[in-house]
Design a protein around this ligand. Sequence first.
Ligand SMILES: O=C(O)CCC(=O)C(=O)O
Length: 204
Amino acid sequence: MPPPAVLSASAVATEVLAAFGAVHLREALPPSAIADLARAVRRLEFARAPRVIGDVRQVAQMAICRGAALASHTDLRVLTEDLGAAIRGLNGAFAPWVPNELTAMRYAPVSGGIDVHLDGRRYRHLVAIVSLAGAAELDVVGDRAGTEVQASFSCRPGDLVLLRGPGLGGLADGRPLHRIRNLGQEPRLSVTLRMDASLPPPAG
Ligand SMILES: O=C(O)CCC(=O)C(=O)O
């Protein structure tokens, strides 16, 4: 997948990631890439995501493909590699990020979402969230109660949100608190790429 034009906005991406750990790139993926990803992830087996993790409530269905399973899933592996390469191409600081886990999330219209949370510490360098269908707001917040909204990204199909993970640019841990809310009238489908440092490196 050649990097779409908007993905060359590397200076912006770096500045915003540096400021509060998140950046929203609108229409980063062309319609053909959205369709390919959506087709591939819709074939995965979705299950209800755990309703509560600690204090965090989430209402969604999820499907995860990671490590060796991702490596042997030809379509998803190629899409993950291509998107990973396009994102790495944005900025030298992203070079160590090689995603090895893909999570698809499906949210019912209006009702779904995820409370304020941090992604796991094992997800290094970047978390890349691609919106494939529907609409939602991804808020970056300064506190667990979600009262200090630092940014509110209105996510539409083709949009890419990058979140800072541990190790990005040498920063030990600058993960942003975030939440998903205000689901639109259509079911939302998203796909998130992560690099799980606890997984063994790919064989060969
Ligand atoms: O589905 C999304 O848009 C993002 C989900 C999310 O915030 C997460 O998995 O950490």
